[in-house]
Design a protein around this ligand. Structure first.
Ligand code: GLT
Ligand code: MN
Ligand code: MN
Ligand code: MN
Length: 386
């Protein structure tokens, strides 16, 4: 029970289980993991797929021969285990060349190099079967705005995405692009800091239909926003192309905690949204084990993310089947077919009828909605006493 299978579509990034526990104040606490080894371990745990940045797999300074050898070993592990690569991305943040941004650098040569690196990473992803391509603009931002590039940066980011979307078509890769917002860290301020901002930006691209978002629990939470609300907006817009599940305390550095570890209630609403919406993409965990852990702790972390998701998925079903909860919901959602028909679509007659209608304003305002009772039922459910 609560043991994952590939049908659950859980994925991890090589960088997640491979995190060595480095932070701005401390050196690594764990040795790096070989990518092919991670693939085999993840497969044992019931994971469906694995994602990577170009340099999670192939070091930035690898020769062509080294690249081929590494990709061959990785592909062998995929074939042996049946793990898939649904998503790939580019590391445009670790190397010093990107210290002031990649696609938004003020230096045209850096922007051009970022395009080259991304095209090559798209080749690598496509070679291993990836259909979704993530862009997390880790360095696309600033600490100081004295460089006067805030407006230019948006234009340059747009130019780069338009260019790369054409490249994808030209090569026949057919990628769907998922843009991942974050409010800050590693830069003081990142451009396009949350899901709403990113959705607004997507509408300005040449081919908006090829672009969606990759919301991350931790990132919206760092911005002090509700992750379930961000996911709901992405679903409503038809733009939930991918999702990064993890956890996070508000107003902290980027923690990337085990899914559900900190705020199981928001995790519950997230799982419920995903399951109810018909989202059939990967359930990707973008998180890592605590710095205090050894390799055993890494696999405990990975198992924990999936176990919590599956427990919450069962809780979501229970929520739908609980007659007391459903009665509260029915009372809360007041239906009125005639009124709803009038509001659904404008007509002069409907508008006139609405303007003339008498409403019991005081009665509507005085009515209690029963949300205290309903929410406590949910808490009882989550705490396991229902
Ligand atoms: C990095 C970042 C994540 C992004 C990854 C994809 S890399 O770990 O913190 O939120 O999703 O580039
Ligand atoms: Mn992420
Ligand atoms: Mn994060
Ligand atoms: Mn992250």
């Amino acid at each position: 029970r609560f043991d994952p299978t590939p049908a659950d579509k859980f994925t991890f990034g090589l960088w997640t289980v491979g995190s060595v526990g480095r932070d701005p104040f401390g050196e690594p606490t764990r040795p790096p993991l070989d990518p092919a080894y991670s693939v085999r371990k993840l497969a044992e745990l019931g994971v469906w797929g694995v994602n990577f940045h170009d340099n999670d797999l192939v070091p930035i300074d690898a020769t062509a021969a080294e690249r081929d050898r590494i990709v061959r070993a990785f592909r062998a592990a995929l074939e042996e285990t049946g793990l898939v690569v649904p998503m790939a991305t580019t590391n445009l943040f670790t190397d010093p060349v990107f210290k002031d941004g990649a696609f938004t650098s003020a230096d045209a040569r850096v922007r051009a190099y970022a395009l080259q690196k991304t095209m090559r990473a798209m080749d690598l992803g496509a070679e291993l079967g990836a259909r979704t391509y993530v862009f997390w603009g880790g360095r696309e931002g600033s600490e100081v705005d004295a460089g006067m590039k805030t407006v230019d940066s948006l234009a340059r980011f747009r130019e780069a995405l338009n260019f790369l979307a054409e490249y994808s078509e030209d090569q026949g890769y057919g990628y769907r692009f998922a843009l991942e917002p974050k409010p800050n860290e590693p830069r003081g301020d990142l451009y396009l800091p949350n899901v709403g901002a990113m959705l607004g930006f997507i509408a300005t691209l040449e081919h908006p239909e090829r672009f969606g978002v990759n919301p991350e629990f931790a990132h919206e939470t760092m911005a002090g926003l509700s992750f379930p609300h961000a996911v709901a907006q992405a679903i409503d817009a038809g733009k939930l192309f991918h999702i990064d599940l993890n956890d996070q305390k508000m107003n902290r550095f980027d923690q990337d905690l085990r899914f559900g570890a900190e705020n199981p209630k928001a995790a519950f609403f997230t799982v419920k949204l995903l399951e109810d919406s018909g989202y059939d993409g990967p359930r990707h965990f973008d998180a890592h084990a605590l710095r205090t852990e050894d390799e055993e702790g890494v696999w405990a972390f990975a198992r924990g993310c999936m176990r919590t998701y599956l427990i919450l998925r069962e809780k979501a079903r229970q929520f739908d089947q609980d007659s007391e909860i459903q009665a509260c919901l029915q009372a809360y959602h007041v239906r009125d077919e005639a009124l709803e028909a009038q509001m659904r679509r404008y007509s002069p007659e409907g508008a006139r009828a609405l303007k003339e209608r008498a409403f019991d304003r005081a009665g509507l305002g005085a009515r209690g909605l029963g949300l205290e009772q309903l929410d406590q039922l949910l808490i009882d459910l989550l705490l396991g006493v229902r």
